[in-house]
Design a protein. Structure first.
Length: 469
């Protein structure tokens, strides 16, 4: 037993001893980059599931399809670190992990699919633990409450277990609901922990230096606002400073099936640091719905193209018919060695992007107009552009980004985690998108007797009007 404890300590490292043994209802872990939050949570849950044969775990993110490259991979790596990978089976469809000796499950879900989230059952034991990863992305606090309320029942205690919700995230914006809920008061049902890269002894000195450079005035990377979050794990900039008209109750809506005959648009902001790509549908009244997003760093052009193509599918798995593709002018800058631009490569690969202006002042004016609230025919408040809850990154970014310190007419260039998605939406407004004309359904079959009679009656009526005149 002692050897086993030593091994766990060697795998987990320092800084998380109190968290490891905690049994509060809520465990709130906020921290900076590379503070091993997700790694430690994953190892703890794998260890606890194997120790408690009636327990099951639900892992939740805002968007379900982001699990595979994050929590799914982290939990899989945890089984390898603990040398128990042969006892687990991870599958993508359905997205779950099964502990083979007992049949216990780890289920992966997203708030973007409320049906799957509310219809969760386990055949073995009870569902007692939930891990909310990247909780900063979770837009709707009431959805969080609803899920937590659904984990209940005496069977948890009768199984010798405890109910627990683990919430982990990087605290980018201090207006997020997690701050007032868990850090604004001393809750007796909550364990709280803030960690930084200094708690991660598995990093190299270069890794530590790269983060600390953000706090060094002599460094080209100097960025004290970013260091506050990345380096210290503290809540960052105040939200809503630039787009002060943005309100979640007005600009955010639950997903619904997009009509097939609505015009659809795709816009992109690309760099090696981030691919931000968005899909927008315009209804017959020129109201836009941002219904899909890609927000992924570190992609080469070929990988970005592949991901965009894979994402451009409808609910039936067919390629969506996109009316226009928008990209900024600077993506057409030619490479001095190849003579090709990124835009050339994308077009050659089947993505027919057209160039739109990247003038920031004009783009910001356009965005304000598209976000300006108004009352519809039912006197309900809405806006020309609204966002599906599945587009968590752009929702948080628009709500959080601040004015530029030197020019209040535009939004700030940093932090880059926020700017890319906002800039991509700016390119949509720069493209001057317009909805199509609604095609009226035929009253009768083409060239049918009924249609011919109706046309003849229209001609006769028209002739009488001319004669009478």
């Amino acid at each position: 037993m002692a050897d086993d404890i030593v091994k766990i300590q060697e795998v987990v490292g320092k800084g998380y001893a109190e968290f490891w043994h905690d049994r509060h209802l809520y465990q709130v872990l906020k921290g900076g980059r590379s503070s091993k939050k997700s790694t430690t949570v994953s190892i703890r849950y794998i260890k606890n599931l194997m120790a408690y044969p009636l327990a099951n775990l639900l892992v939740v993110r805002q968007t379900a399809n982001t699990h595979q490259q994050s929590t799914f991979a982290e939990l899989q790596k945890a089984t390898v670190r603990l040398k128990v990978a042969h006892k687990w089976r991870f599958t993508v469809d359905p997205c779950e992990a099964r502990y083979l000796p007992t049949g216990q499950l780890i289920l992966f879900r997203g708030f973007d699919d409320p049906v799957k989230l509310t219809s969760i059952n386990v055949a073995k034991g009870v569902l007692c633990w939930v891990w909310f990863e990247e909780a900063f992305e979770i837009v709707d606090e009431s959805a969080f409450d609803t899920l937590c309320e659904g984990i209940r029942g005496l069977d948890i205690e009768q199984a010798g277990l405890w109910k627990q919700f683990t919430i982990s995230y990087n605290p980018w914006v201090n207006s997020h609901w997690t701050k007032t809920r868990f850090w604004g008061n001393d809750r007796k049902d909550t364990f709280r922990l803030t960690t930084t890269h200094k708690d991660n002894e598995f990093l190299t000195q270069e890794d530590h230096d790269a983060i600390e450079a953000l706090n060094d005035p002599k460094s080209t990377s100097y960025n004290p606002d970013r260091y506050k979050v990345v380096g210290l794990g503290e809540y960052g900039i105040p939200g809503g400073a630039y787009f002060d008209e943005f309100r979640r109750d007005i600009h955010v809506t639950r997903p619904f099936p997009i009509q097939r005959d609505w015009r659809r648009f795709v816009m992109v902001d690309y760099g090696r640091d981030m691919l931000a790509c968005y899909w927008v549908a315009l209804d017959w009244h020129n109201k836009g719905y941002v219904y899909r997003e890609i927000h992924k760093p570190g992609l080469f052009v070929s990988d970005a193209i592949k991901l965009i193509k894979e994402s451009n599918v409808d609910e039936d798995g067919n390629q969506e018919n996109i009316y226009q593709w928008f990209a900024p002018e600077d993506l057409d800058n030619k490479n001095s060695q190849t003579g090709e631009s990124i835009l050339d490569i994308m077009r050659r690969s089947g993505l027919p992007f057209i160039k739109v202006s990247n003038r920031k002042v004009d783009g910001c004016v356009n965005m304000h107009e598209w976000l300006k609230p108004y009352q519809d025919e039912q006197e309900a408040w809405t806006a020309p552009l609204v966002f599906f809850t599945t587009c968590a990154n752009v929702i948080n970014s628009i709500a959080s980004i601040q004015c530029d310190e030197k020019d209040p007419n535009v939004f700030a260039d940093k932090p880059h985690e926020l700017t890319h998605s906002v800039t991509a939406i700016m390119y949509f407004t720069a493209g001057r998108p317009r909805s199509g004309k609604q095609v009226q359904a035929r009253k009768y079959a083409m060239n049918s007797l009924e249609e011919r009679i109706e046309k003849n009656l229209e001609r006769l009526t028209k002739k009488r009007r001319v004669t009478n005149w």
